[in-house]
Write a protein that binds this ligand. Structure first.
Ligand SMILES: [Zn+2]
Length: 363
């Protein structure tokens, strides 16, 4: 099932709406309708005006989040970072930036422009509130000024995956290694999350939820950067399997399964006359009923969009691609020629060896 929908493109950045957000929109409209200022318009007696303002406020809120994310993305692009897309979801927005620079001052800059932008939006709405006529849009302006201020302050909490966490890491990374800085910043975030969770037990369920989200985020970031650190000096060609077993697009699924039993891999490139056509994995067969195994061919279920790396790229890139695309393997292609395959198993094996070597060095 598709979980996000493309709503437009700004400066070649795809803007997506996540389904969780679409489901929560009516809930937001209701919040605006029934809350007192600055969170809503319950004091307005004209129902038509109240509903209209609530819808307008909901849309404005998500445009504000989009502008916040765009600020990150556009600043990243100035430093040569590729931006894949921006997805708006329940908890705000996520910019998919590829390879954020490991240069502390650049990372701080990319992170800080988000909250700064939200502060600025808040300021503009507050000014509009001050000069607007009291009965029409003033409560709308006031609400938007308030919520953008919350957005700015919330994002400055020094914990991953919030902007504040990245700013803090950038600050630490000016003096210590990137991995150590991440560990330190993640530690601060986790402590903060535990503290927030404890307060939440007594005061608010929402605070527990946010604490949980922050704890997981800190943990993920720490793990990713640790793995990146380990794999830093390893190239794809050092860990790939080069004797690749490929399959022909015209064999049936039954024949493919027989081959799988013998060769024991979970995914295979599909090759016809030396040309790479796609990739087929065990997961691609899940939705296929067994009675079709003898009639359906590999080419009917294989994936045609091939995710690949080149042999001289850092091994970490293959790990990142697998994570981002939720796949178990990537193909290694050099000048259009299939050179090998890297699977999660290859990565895990390399990590275990490197960890042991690291322990040895530390002794
Ligand atoms: Zn942000």
């Amino acid at each position: 099932m598709r979980t996000s929908y493309r709503i437009g493109t700004i400066k070649e950045i795809e803007i997506n709406l996540h389904i969780s957000l679409l489901m929560i929109l009516p809930f937001f409209v209701a919040i605006f309708m029934f809350n007192n200022p600055p969170l809503g318009f319950s004091e307005i007696s004209n129902t038509f005006l109240k509903v209209g303002l609530s819808v307008l406020a909901t849309v404005t809120l998500f445009i504000s989040i989009l502008v916040h994310e765009l600020a990150h993305s556009l600043t990243g692009m100035r430093y040569g970072v590729k931006v894949k897309n921006i997805t708006l979801l329940l908890f705000g927005g996520v910019s998919m930036l590829e390879e954020i620079p490991r240069e502390p001052s650049q990372e701080i800059h990319i992170a800080i422009v988000g909250p700064v932008t939200s502060f600025a939006i808040s300021g503009v709405f507050y000014l509009s509130y001050l000069i607007s006529t009291p009965w029409m849009f003033s409560s709308y302006f006031y609400s938007m000024a308030f919520l953008n201020l919350i957005l700015a302050v919330f994002n400055l909490i020094p914990a991953f995956p919030l902007d504040g966490g990245r700013i803090l890491r950038g600050y630490f990374a000016k003096h210590i290694s990137y991995v150590a800085a991440t560990r330190k910043a993640a530690g601060v975030g986790k402590l903060l999350a535990i503290f927030m969770g404890l307060i939440g037990i007594f005061y608010s369920f929402w605070l527990i939820l946010i604490a949980f989200f922050i704890y997981i985020g800190a943990n993920e970031e720490e793990k990713l950067v640790y793995i990146e650190g380990l794999l830093k000096n390893v190239k794809v060609k050092d860990i790939m399997t080069s004797e690749v077993v490929s399959v022909h697009p015209d064999i049936t699924i039954k024949e493919f399964l027989d081959l799988m039993l013998v060769k024991k891999h979970m995914g295979y490139p599909v090759v016809d006359k030396g040309e790479l056509q796609g990739i087929i994995t065990f997961e691609d067969l899940r939705s296929l009923p067994p009675e079709k195994y003898t009639t359906v061919k590999v080419k009917d279920v294989m994936k045609r969009d091939i995710i690949s790396v080149s042999p001289d790229e850092p091994a970490y890139k293959s790990f990142k691609l697998m994570n981002e695309n939720r796949i178990g393997r990537v193909l290694v292609i050099d000048n259009g020629k299939l050179e090998g395959i890297v699977s999660k198993t290859d990565i895990l094996r390399t990590l275990s060896v490197l960890e042991l070597e690291g322990a040895l060095d530390a002794e």
